[in-house]
Design a binder for this molecule. Sequence first.
Ligand code: ADE
Length: 222
Amino acid sequence: MRFDILTLFPEIINAYINESIIKRALQNNLIEINVINIRDFTLLKNGQVDDTPYGGGAGMVLMCEPVVRAIESVKKEDSKVYLLTPQGKTFNDKLASTIINETKHLILVCGHYEGFDERIKNFVDGEISIGDYVLTGGELPALVIIDAISRFIPGVIAEESFKEESFKDNLLDYPVYTKPRDFRGYQVPDVLLSGNHQKINEYRNNEKLRITKEKRPDLLDK
Ligand code: ADE
């Protein structure tokens, strides 16, 4: 899977992808991430990429020319291009798995300031939001999406973790514990120390159901 991230702040993306699991996925060629600075595509002399909105109003608007030229510099026939905006389709595990099944090349365009010139929408496949709140830019959403999608790619995380994690079968994950057995009077459940794998599996399945009922009963209705 290849991701192209179009942004005015490449350092934000680079800082995240050069650490931990995503860094390892890059090193193992399981994913490819290309970071592109939208400012490199302006035709204006002073590097300008935004301007005041027609009709007045607060803030600055990202201009068509640099954004569309940046998209065109990486877009191929099989690419999918999404703007990151609070108005987009809400990103979740289901959308992540749809994207991974249907897309080999994902182009994510990070907004900043007041938003994109509306006409940019004619050059993309859609908009994605990561939730009902407004962020100062699209960089965090882009990283959330890269991270969540990468976890679906075989080899990025251990297969065992992937099989058992939250939202599989619409259930939350079971609780986990590590050493010591007693932390300030709080004990690890006995069953986890029993060595009886059938009992441990039963306990974990029951816990998944109990925790989902308690914390996210809406998931059980799906
Ligand atoms: N840009 C600003 N807020 C956003 C959000 N919630 N999701 C995606 N992109 C955004």
